[in-house]
Design a protein around this ligand. Structure first.
Ligand SMILES: O=P(O)(O)O[C@@H]1[C@@H](OP(=O)(O)O)[C@H](OP(=O)(O)O)[C@H](O)[C@H](OP(=O)(O)O)[C@H]1OP(=O)(O)O
Ligand SMILES: Nc1ncnc2c1ncn2[C@@H]1O[C@H](COP(=O)(O)OP(=O)(O)OP(=O)(O)O)[C@@H](O)[C@H]1O
Length: 470
């Protein structure tokens, strides 16, 4: 799918702003500060494919395919891991530059090592009255992976195997979608926090036929589970021809072999003197256990992240998102914030270095992608370059913690079995029915460099709200 840059006429931005005014959520209108409005001086825009559909009608050789009934789902997955407590000790403490009040860091570390950011943040949002109902969703359930599916779907054995936890996450989102879950029918929003049409009825229409003799309520429940099961498949699928992830995770001051879990095009193993070493097993940086997950019977005895998508489907869209989220190298905002302040102070004194470091953009391969792929090849972790490197990786990680996944699917016409270049791939449900599908990641805009100040304050507020709740 392609996007293209186009010029926009004068007055276009104002027209768009007024036309979408009534669609904007109320809370956005209150907190519309900082980076939210479109600059009226904007003179160009990106034309994107509508990802609520499978394929791009403008580019497709089979445009009729674009118009067959399509259901799409948007999931804002958020942060899919918990940092291991021992990493927090190793990485955060030496960089803080001060000793915390006795006992307090231990408490913070211990909370952060057990409860995921999303579940902690819930408490702050409850305190601030952002949502009426508290969500049961825990992103770690969704990122828990698992690739075994039942050959013949049955509601009774639906919850067999590793996929159960992912299904639990999706069912939780269906129960209380908040801003994490939206469903579209032919591009129209039909189910979300604010729009609550009868999703099971819509799915019934979408599936069209009864394949199991169920009727009424049971049939609808069955279709909902079939649908969510297909979403799990899509999230765990690996894009055809996908190259292995090139991201390299690093960790400070640990005697780990200087090699990368994934090939990164030959840069590994150069043997540079470095206290920043690439991590052999990237899953060790984090855990996929959250003490606040509502999923029953999570086995914490094997708490090493081994059940996560990183192992079961590392090249899937979910695996790649998790991998990119871990670019923060297990350093939380409290580890990165002093580095940000150093860079900020330096740029204040030397504004001429803004271009060189590129923390405010441009978002070029050299300035942004390369630092994510490469390790830091110097022993000097006190250097400004190291601080810039760490801050950039953290910022990219934050973008991936806020992105959404769009999954679109439509029934394959029985004739379309051919595998040609512009025919989208297929998923097969437990009854052998085939569905064309696409999986895309949206909302990947870079987080502003100065947003680290907000992250630092937010982290404190989250911890305070969570500690008050305990
Ligand atoms: O700060 P958070 O964790 O509340 O995340 C913000 C999101 O809030 P959420 O927690 O999903 O309700 C927030 O989502 P909403 O506006 O609340 O729907 C935005 O996505 C925000 O990113 P940006 O400022 O638009 O680039 C998000 O900001 P980032 O933290 O991702 O920069
Ligand atoms: N290519 C696309 N196709 C279909 N829908 C899209 C596409 N891009 C964005 N959307 C829809 O528009 C919404 C807003 O887009 P996006 O998240 O990129 O904007 P944003 O201003 O960064 O919003 P937020 O602050 O929620 O992150 C998305 O949540 C999604 O529903």
């Amino acid at each position: 799918m392609f996007s293209r840059l186009t010029q926009i006429p004068k007055g276009f931005v104002e027209k768009v702003e007024s036309e979408i005014e009534h669609l904007r959520p109320a809370y956005r209108k209150i907190h519309d500060e900082d980076f939210k409005t479109i600059d009226p001086a904007t003179c160009s825009a990106l034309v994107l494919p509508d990802l609520c559909f499978v394929g791009d009608s403008a580019m497709s050789a089979h445009p009729q395919q674009y118009y067959t009934p399509t259901i799409s789902v948007e999931i804002k997955v958020t942060q899919g891991h918990v940092k291991h407590t021992q990493n927090a000790h190793l990485l955060n403490r030496p960089k803080k530059g001060f000793m915390p009040a006795p006992g307090s860091l231990f408490k913070e570390d211990s909370i952060k090592g057990k409860v995921c950011k999303f579940c902690m943040h819930k408490k702050l949002k409850e305190k601030e009255g952002r949502w009426n109902n508290s969500s049961n969703y825990c992103p770690l359930d969704l990122f828990s992976g698992g690739s075994v599916r039942a050959a013949n779907y049955c509601p009774l054995d639906l919850f067999l195997g590793d996929r159960r936890r992912m299904m639990h996450a999706l069912l939780s989102l269906y129960g209380i979608p908040q801003n994490n879950f939206k469903v579209f029918q032919d591009g129209r929003e039909v189910f979300s926090d604010t729009v609550q049409e009868d999703l099971t009825g819509i799915l019934h229409q979408f599936f069209g036929d009864s394949v199991n003799g169920f009727t009424n309520g049971l049939q609808k429940q069955h279709e909902l589970h079939t649908f969510l099961d297909l979403i799990v498949d899509a999230l765990l699928s690996t894009p055809e021809g996908a190259k292995p992830s090139q991201i390299c995770h690093t960790q400070s001051n640990q005697a780990t072999p200087n090699s990368c879990a994934h090939s990164n095009g030959g840069s590994e193993g150069k043997g540079h003197a470095s206290s920043e070493v690439k991590v052999m097993n990237r899953t060790k940086l984090c855990s996929n256990f959250c003490a606040k997950s509502s999923y029953p019977n999570i086995d914490n005895s094997q708490n090493d992240g081994a059940a996560s998508v990183m192992l079961s489907a590392p090249e899937s869209v979910l695996g790649r998102i998790l991998c990119t989220q871990q670019l923060d190298d297990a350093v939380d905002i409290d580890g990165v914030f002093p580095l940000y302040q150093r860079v900020k102070d330096h740029l204040k004194a030397h504004p001429e270095d803004r271009c060189k470091f590129g923390v405010y953009g441009p978002f070029t391969k050299e300035l942004w992608l390369d630092p994510c792929i490469q390790g830091f090849d110097t022993a000097d972790t006190d250097s400004l370059e190291y601080a810039v490197y760490k801050v950039k990786r953290f910022i990219v990680s934050k973008t991936m913690q806020d992105c959404s996944i769009m999954v679109a699917m439509q029934r394959c016409p029985s004739c379309s079995q051919s595998k040609t270049a512009d025919v989208p791939p297929c998923l097969t449900d437990g009854h052998g029915r085939k569905f064309h599908y696409s999986v895309s990641i949206i909302d990947l805009d870079p987080k502003p460099f100065d947003k680290l100040t907000k992250y630092n304050q937010l982290e404190k507020n989250i911890l305070q709200a969570y500690t008050e709740y305990l």
